[in-house]
Design a protein around this ligand. Structure first.
Ligand code: 5GP
Length: 193
């Protein structure tokens, strides 16, 4: 997605070996206009696939996921990262190691929001080693729902997430794919949508 690549080049900052900071438009301050375009791009790709729900993980997945859900005219559900006393029954959980926080946490979704008729599109802001996506797949499949694909805003293709997901026969659709960071410069490769 050209618009997104341009924005990443303009406002993204490479931190260390493998982290991209995009807090001015995606992970902290959010550019709603750009998110709407991201939502439309995913919706155009998936419009004929019969998606019934978009699922993401809090917090940074929520913005692209809600606009994708809006464009596909389906509900969005986000997995929570901390226990909530109002979630009392039928909780589906999975363990996820966070790439940026370097801790393992239990993520959860109330079972009543997913059922075996659901065809789910997972959306997340980044794909690094695939742990967040794997945790979401685990939760979604516990409910009997099926995962149609994983839609990613920024894939760091030099990390192993896509490879692991594809080995597991999962479809990954990324709007941007970063091949490498070269002297703190971002080098893109051809994206999926
Ligand atoms: P994974 O689970 O694929 O290893 O990592 C994906 C998750 O880690 C995403 O949900 C995202 O929040 C976070 N993440 C991974 N890489 C980056 C990065 O380079 N920059 C930022 N801001 N977040 C990242």
């Amino acid at each position: 997605m050209k618009l997104l690549e341009e924005r990443i080049l303009k406002d993204g900052h490479v931190l260390g070996e493998n982290i991209l900071k995009v807090d001015s438009f995606l992970t902290h301050q959010v550019d709603a206009n750009l998110m709407r375009e991201i939502g439309k791009a995913f919706a155009t790709y998936f419009k004929t696939t019969g998606i019934t729900k978009v699922v993401t993980i809090e917090a940074s997945g929520i913005a692209p996921a809600i606009y994708t859900a809006e464009a596909l005219e389906v509900p969005m559900v986000f997995a929570k990262k901390s226990k909530n006393i109002t979630m009392t029954e039928g909780i589906l959980t999975a363990e996820v190691y966070s790439f940026t926080k370097q801790v393992t946490s239990t993520i959860s979704i109330a079972g009543k929001f997913l059922n075996r008729q659901d065809k789910v599109l997972i959306i997340d802001d980044f794909l690094a080693n695939g742990k967040a996506a794997k945790g979401l797949i685990e939760i979604i499949e516990q409910s009997g729902a099926s995962v149609e694909a994983i839609g990613i805003v920024i894939e760091k293709s030099f990390q192993e997430g896509r490879k692991l997901l594809e080995e597991d026969k999962r479809k990954v659709v990324s709007l941007t794919r970063i091949q490498k960071f070269e002297n703190r410069k971002i080098v893109f490769m051809e994206a999926d949508a």
